[in-house]
Structure formats: C-alpha cells, structure tokens
Write a protein that binds this ligand. Structure first.
Ligand code: PLP
Length: 429
C-alpha cells in the first residue's frame, strides 16, 4: 500500500487551505503522518486517491448509516437536483421530513431545519434561554456540541486531541454563562443549582461520543431529567450523533428518557448538510415567525438535502438495522478484546449499539477524565496499522467508530485480520 497521491495532494492543499483540511480532525494531528485524500466510496468501502480500499468505520463521522451511495438515496437526490438547487421558499419535502422526524420523537411537535449540528445546538440553546428566561447552561466535560462560542469549553475530541484548553478567539464573556459538570455525576449538576438560580437547562450527549464512547451509568439520564423537572430547567439532548443511530428514536428512546429540546444532525441528512432542533408545541412557539426568538437560514431546508434526509430515514426505517448493528458491534468488540488479550495489551471497549471505540487503558471509562487515561501513542500505532491493513478509522483516540448497514461478513474478516496485525504491533511498544 502506498500513499503517494495523497501525499502530493496534501502538499498542494497546504497552500490555500488551512492545514489542507476543512475540519481539524481530518488533519491526522494526533496520529501523525499525512491525511488521506478520498476519491470515492460505495457501500461499506471507501477508496483513497491511490486506489487503496478500506472498510469504512468513519462513514463521514456517522451520517452514512446505510453505507455510501445507497441506491434509493442517490435516486432521490438526483431527482431533486433536476428540479432546482435552492428556492428561498418552502417546499413539500420539508413538510415530509418534518413529519418523519416528529413521529420519531414522542414529545416533538414541531421541528426547525438548519444546515449543521453546530447550528442545531446553538439554536437549541437559544431556545432554552428564550423559553425559560434564564441565561446559564450546564454542559458536561468531554461533550462536544459543535463550535459555537458558548459551548467551546471542555469540549472533547477535536480539542482534546489538540490539547487546547478551549479555543482562542472565544471571549470570556461568551462562556460566562456556561457551567461545567462531570458526566455520570449528578451531584456535580446539583452543585451548580445550589449556587445559581438562573440556569435555563442542561445540554448533554445522551451517549457521549466525542470523548470516545461513554455510556450513562445507573439511570444517570433518568435521574438528571427528574432533577431538572424539579428545578424548572430544561433537558437539552444533543442527539446530533445518536439521533436515528442508537435506534430510530435516538438514544432517548433506547434509554427511556424524553428531553425537552432535541438537537439533530449527521444521520438526519444521510450525508447532505441537514441539522434540526425540535421540541413540544409550547417551546417551539418561541421561534420566529411564531415567537420572538430569531433564527434563520438562506439554505435551510435545502431541497436536495431534504431529499437525502427523507430517502435515508425512510430506507433506515424499512431496514430497521438496529439488531444487526448490535450483533456486528458485539462481534467487533469481541475481536478487539480477544486480540488484545492474545498480545497482552490493556484495552477497554465502550460500545452502544453501532457506536464504539477502544481505549488503551486498564481503567473503566465513564467520564472525560477516565477517557484521558488512554495511551494515545498506542492508539496512533494501532490506527496506522489498521489503515495499512484496509480499515479506515477516525484518526483520534477520542472519536467514535460507526457501523453502517452495508457491512458484510467479509468486511468483518478484514477487520479481524487487521486488528491482529495492529494489536501485535502495539504489544511491542
Ligand atoms: C458532530 C456533532 C456536533 C456538530 O455537528 P456539525 O454538523 O459538525 O456542526 C454537535 N454535537 C454532537 C454531539 C456531534 O457529534
């Protein structure tokens, strides 16, 4: 396997692009080496410009849940493309996608479409503040909610990978209403409520996915929701990663919790730029044109993106791949753990359905601090050996791996063989 054309493009890209990328994790900073440039993808496979083939466990960081270029999605997007690209006026497709989304979440009466997860969350936060009339928001250390100023503190993967405490360019004033709590620790939330009486709500990834996969323990989410209700504060579920992935109704359905405001992205557009936030009627009444909370978007509800979303979610519902994800996920988990054991490598695997990742540590990982005990140098070696043996993984210890419904038995064999080589290499460190 060689990466000559990727290396050439990387050098060329450095001139007019920042680090030759448009999103920092793509730069491979934490695993070393140069980033791969992709030529095409189909089903469970992705191909770089040097024509190397990989089993894709990144799937664009989640959206391609049906695998790449599913026939029905491609057909729907092409059909929409022929009618026009953007109108600055409403289309029937927006109503269709809105119904699919609202039907999937029990207390979601209305939804507003935006263009990214970042936009969905920043609007969801604004909505929580508009509805409650309170300013403060609690977020959990290690959770990532997009790159809006107010939430760029203790924000997991990208930032953890680059070891930045937050971000330059974010003024203190922008984060002065942001309070930090520890994941899986209700007491750390209560401590803030004991101190402040102007907390609008708590935003959480119901399954942590941006500090590696971290799962709520012992009814943490249920207890959090009950506590917030008693305090007249809102639970804002950032399901940008888990929505339609954990199961069709997201992590909330799986965990038996209903959030007040839900933010969506990734899978909802099936690879096209779609984000959304939704809630029950009385909350959504705040949003313009019904209410005084302003939020807008030139390309929001874009007809091609809507077609991508409708066809992806319709096919996803038809396939109902969640049992299959559980099955394949547990097979990959066992491969990782048994191979690690074979080569005497300390390894923890966290998995929730089709989201998973290994941590090179002995300790269980239930929050960001514990995630950081993982040996990232071992991960870097593991990562490159997996690449060289045909498995495309996210280039960071703190990013989740994602399954898609096109994964085959043959892909699992490729994964097992690559894992054996990679774990052997790690054991020599
Ligand atoms: C990816 C992600 C976001 C940001 O979405 P973008 O589309 O990248 O802006 C927000 N929250 C969570 C939980 C995410 O995983």
């Amino acid at each position: 396997m060689n990466f000559k054309k990727s290396q050439k493009l990387y050098t060329k890209g450095l001139k007019n692009l920042v680090g030759a990328v448009n999103s920092p994790v793509r730069a491979f900073s934490s695993v070393g080496g140069n980033p791969l440039f992709i030529k095409k993808a189909k089903g469970s496979k992705i191909y770089d410009v040097d024509d190397n083939e990989y089993v894709d466990l990144v799937v664009s960081y989640g959206p391609m849940i049906l695998g790449h270029r599913h026939k029905k999605v491609e057909k729907a997007a092409k059909k929409a493309l022929k009618k026009g690209y953007s109108f600055g006026a409403s289309t029937e497709a927006e109503i269709k996608l809105a119904k699919i989304v609202c039907d999937a979440f029990p207390e979601m009466d209305k939804v507003r479409f935006v263009n990214s997860g970042t936009e969905a969350v920043l609007s969801g936060i604004r909505l929580a503040r508009a509805f409650t009339g309170k300013d403060k928001i609690i977020k959990f250390s290690g959770c990532y909610h997009g790159h809006q100023d107010a939430l760029l503190v203790a924000a997991g993967s990208g930032l953890a990978t680059l070891s930045l405490p937050g971000s330059k360019g974010v003024p203190e004033g922008a984060v002065k209403n942001t309070l930090i709590a520890e994941y899986n620790n209700l007491e750390s939330v209560k401590a803030h409520f004991d101190k402040y009486d102007d907390i609008a709500g708590v935003i959480i990834e119901p399954i942590g996915g941006n500090m590696g996969v971290v799962i709520p323990q012992n009814n943490f989410l249920k207890e959090l929701k009950e506590y917030l209700q008693s305090k007249n504060a809102l639970l804002i579920a950032d399901e940008v990663m888990t929505g339609f992935r954990s199961t069709f109704g997201g992590a909330q359905e799986k965990l038996g919790v209903v959030a007040d405001i839900t933010c969506l992205g990734k899978v909802i557009g099936g690879g096209f730029p779609v984000g959304a936030y939704g809630a029950r009627e009385e909350i959504m009444q705040q949003v313009a044109p019904l209410g005084g909370m302003y939020q807008a978007g030139t390309l929001s509800g874009n007809p091609i993106a809507m077609a991508g979303g409708i066809s992806t979610l319709t096919e996803l519902k038809r396939q109902n791949p969640y049992d299959k994800f559980e099955e394949i996920g547990s097979v990959l988990e066992v491969i990782l753990l048994e191979t690690a054991k074979k080569y005497n490598v300390d390894l923890i695997v966290n998995r929730f359905g089709s989201m998973m990742n290994p941590f090179f540590t002995k300790n269980k990982v239930t929050n960001f601090k514990e995630a950081q005990t993982s040996d990232t140098q071992k991960f870097a070696v593991f990562f490159w050996e997996m690449i060289k043996n045909g498995v495309f993984l996210p280039p960071s210890q703190f990013e989740a791996w994602f399954l898609n419904s096109a994964i085959s038995k043959k892909d699992i064999k490729v994964f097992a063989a690559a894992t054996d080589k990679a774990m052997q290499k790690v054991s020599g460190m």
